[in-house]
Design a protein around this ligand. Structure first.
Ligand code: UD1
Length: 373
């Protein structure tokens, strides 16, 4: 079986790593990897390939940054001849980025079976580009691999036949578990001077709804400043946000200066292992990312999601996540509460056990017994 996997943006790399590793152990599978080039900076792309031991892609489409329409179209235009020449039996797409949808569209139009990993998640907020990517990809994919029970229910509600939906667990958690010895050995604490700091919080922001509107960003930064009077907040800055932070009251970490004991402390984007290490010892995480809600659930770190909704409700009902929006008082109150009340340890959500990739590949090969949601 020839499996062609498509990745494009940072979270895709984390999700594909355990799948590629699993495929490499199955002699029946020939694996081909395509990188669309949606993310291209070394810190957003190559560093992840290295940290996660992902082999160099067989094809790099080098689409780069552009508007949503153009970027999606470029991936489609450049992927089409690759699929024609490789003729895979299945195209595997992961997550909810523009590259995910573009690849799924090109493949189904060539009559190639499409597997979507992380299918069925729904925020029910169509203003999020990812929600459109999720809805459209799931509508055309043949095999829908669900990471949590809510996704199975969403797909059933949308009328997807049950035999196309496979509840397999969470490949992002496979990656977290597989790399545990590596991120536990990360030198990020010494490198950032955090070994001198008793407690810190971690921040990530990159959702267009939060960072593209200067008023909303400044409201969030105002609240973070309030929290940062209690603990320093380490903020690895996504390139999308960098310019928007010009003139903001934040400190950029420099090698010559120790981490201040208070305030918002910005760094360049971190690699996967350093970032997971940073999160694993944080007293609180404030984020608008999807994947980080899941990672904090497994790491037992309180997570405050600066959005009005989550497509990953298992992180709230069975994890450490609270969805709190961006009102200043809610952010500050929730952070103070989280700092004072570390969450009790809980069992992981079902099938977040490190074996999701094995279940997906078993399903592709037709050797898997279904697990009921
Ligand atoms: C994309 C995904 C989002 C995902 C995020 C993870 C879509 C619609 N969005 O958002 O779901 O959570 O990746 O990071 O697919 N840029 C660089 N270097 C890079 C990549 C991007 O400087 O290597 C800058 C460019 O200015 C670019 C901007 O970041 O225009 C946004 O990049 P893009 O891939 O369009 O969206 P993200 O915000 O990264």
């Amino acid at each position: 079986m020839k499996v062609l996997s498509v990745v494009g943006a940072r979270p895709n790399f984390v999700k594909i790593a355990p799948l590629l590793r699993e495929m490499a152990t199955r002699p029946q599978i020939e694996s081909v990897l395509v990188h669309t080039g949606q993310h291209y900076d070394a810190r957003m792309s190559d560093g992840f390939f290295e940290a996660l031991a992902i082999p160099a892609p067989d094809y790099n489409l080098a689409v780069g940054s552009a508007s949503h329409g153009r970027q999606t179209a470029e991936v489609m235009t450049r992927l089409e001849p690759v699929l024609e020449s490789v003729q895979p039996d299945i195209v595997l797409v992961v997550g909810d980025v523009n590259s995910t949808l573009a690849a799924a569209l090109v493949a189904v139009k060539q009559g190639i079976r499409v597997g979507h990993v992380e299918a069925g998640l729904r925020s029910f907020d169509r203003s999020m580009p990812e929600e459109i990517n999720r809805l459209a990809t799931d509508a055309i994919a043949d095999d829908l691999f669900a990471s949590e029970e809510s996704a199975v229910l969403n797909l059933a509600r949308e009328g997807v036949p049950a035999e196309r939906v496979h509840f397999v667990g969470n490949v992002m958690i496979d990656a977290l578990r597989l790399t545990r010895p590596l991120w536990q050995a990360s030198r990020v604490f010494g490198n950032l001077g955090l070994d001198q700091i008793p407690r810190y919080g971690a921040v990530t922001l990159h959702r267009p709804a939060n960072v593209d509107d200067p008023r909303r960003l400044s409201q969030i930064l105002g609240a973070l400043h309030e929290v940062a009077r209690r603990v320093p907040l380490i903020f690895p800055v996504h390139p999308r946000v960098r310019t928007a932070l010009t003139g903001a009251d934040v400190t950029w970490l420099s090698a010559s200066q120790p981490v201040p004991e208070r305030g918002i402390v910005c760094t360049e984007p971190l690699g996967y292992l350093d970032f997971v290490a940073l999160v694993s010892r944080a007293a609180v995480v404030l984020t608008d990312s999807g994947g980080i809600q899941e990672e904090t659930t497994i790491l037992g770190v309180p997570c405050l999601t600066l959005r009005e909704n989550t497509e990953r409700p298992a992180t709230v009902t069975q994890g450490t996540n609270r969805v709190i929006g961006i009102a200043r008082s809610r952010i500050v109150d929730a952070a103070i509460y989280a700092l004072a009340h570390p969450p009790a340890r809980r069992a992981a959500p079902p099938l977040w056990d490190g074996y999701a990739a094995a279940r997906i590949i078993d399903t592709l090969l037709g050797v898997r017994v279904e697990v009921a949601a």
